[in-house]
Design a protein around this ligand. Structure first.
Ligand SMILES: Nc1ncnc2c1ncn2[C@@H]1O[C@H](COP(=O)(O)OP(=O)(O)O)[C@@H](O)[C@H]1O
Ligand SMILES: [Mg+2]
Length: 260
């Protein structure tokens, strides 16, 4: 199997400050997690709120440092890269749950998409505008959007811009941390379909984080189930969802069927 990324024994703890009559405590967000992601596949990471999904996403995107463990990307340990090697980080991009918080309110759409291109010198200054317009088109928006600010966009449009900002760097891996949880149902489907189109077109490897097992079954080839910072089940999505072995996965599936 051709793995693009291998996560080995990653652990991460947070110290939570105490307050009045509340002692300081240590939360173990991830406990020796290991898994591989095959190149070009989509892996769903499923778990309830607080199970450690975002902590994992942040570590893979280089936004948190784990206490121990390795993240091997194309043969190199991402955690121990020298600063000069951090350019390879451009290969792993992330789309967050709430694009409103991650888009700069003072930036137009053009500014937002231009910045990563210039920072990583993806194209020459002359070609920046063409590349921005092309990427806008990829996410289903017309060039008229270039001059709009985040507050002038709908939730779905904002998420399209966040996706555009990630894919404009032509990453090899796209991490989506519950990208549709804050959207209306009909918009959720549009954004999921957009991600499926982009994945196919760019041959992307995707890590799709969700608490919604029905979305996971729609979008992923393989899945891992996180519970309290540990992987309790993993395998081909179809097999796990048809015949879950772990009682936690079974309860997630039951809860999702009740909702439908
Ligand atoms: N920056 C942080 N400071 C303190 N605790 C944190 C921080 N980030 C996450 N946690 C804790 O780590 C655990 C896992 O959180 P998180 O990774 O956000 O879970 P999920 O994304 O699955 O909801 C939770 O108990 C959460 O409270
Ligand atoms: Mg989260």
């Amino acid at each position: 199997m051709n793995n693009i990324i291998s996560v080995k024994d990653i652990s991460k703890a947070f110290v939570v400050k105490g307050g009045f009559l509340k002692p300081r405590c240590r939360v173990l967000a991830l406990k020796k997690i290991s898994f591989d992601v095959a190149k070009g596949s989509t892996l769903a990471v499923i778990g309830e709120s607080g199970s450690g999904k975002s902590t994992l996403a942040f570590i893979l995107a280089g936004l948190h440092r784990p206490d121990e463990g390795e993240v091997i990307f194309e043969g190199r340990d991402l955690i121990r890269l020298y600063d000069s090697d951090r350019l390879i980080r451009k290969n792993i991009q992330i789309v967050f749950q709430d694009p409103y918080n991650t888009l700069n309110p003072r930036y137009t759409v053009y500014d937002t998409l231009k910045e990563p291109l210039l920072l990583h010198r993806i194209v020459s200054a002359k070609k920046v505008k063409d590349e921005v317009v092309k990427t806008l088109e990829t996410v289903g928006l017309r060039p008229e959007y270039l001059d709009k600010f985040a507050h002038e966009l709908s939730g779905g449009e904002r998420q399209r811009i966040a996706i555009a900002r990630a894919v404009i760097l032509k990453p090899k891996i796209l991490i989506c941390d519950e990208p549709t949880s804050n959207l209306d149902l009909s918009i959720q489907a549009q954004i999921l379909n957009l991600l499926l189109d982009i994945r196919k077109k760019d041959d992307l490897t995707v890590l799709f984080i969700t608490h919604d097992i029905s979305i996971a079954s729609f979008i992923s080839d393989n899945l891992i189930v996180l519970c309290d910072g540990e992987i309790v089940e993993e395998g081909k999505s179809e097999c796990v969802l048809n015949d879950p072995q772990n009682s936690y996965t079974q309860s997630l599936l039951k809860a999702s069927l009740l909702q439908d």
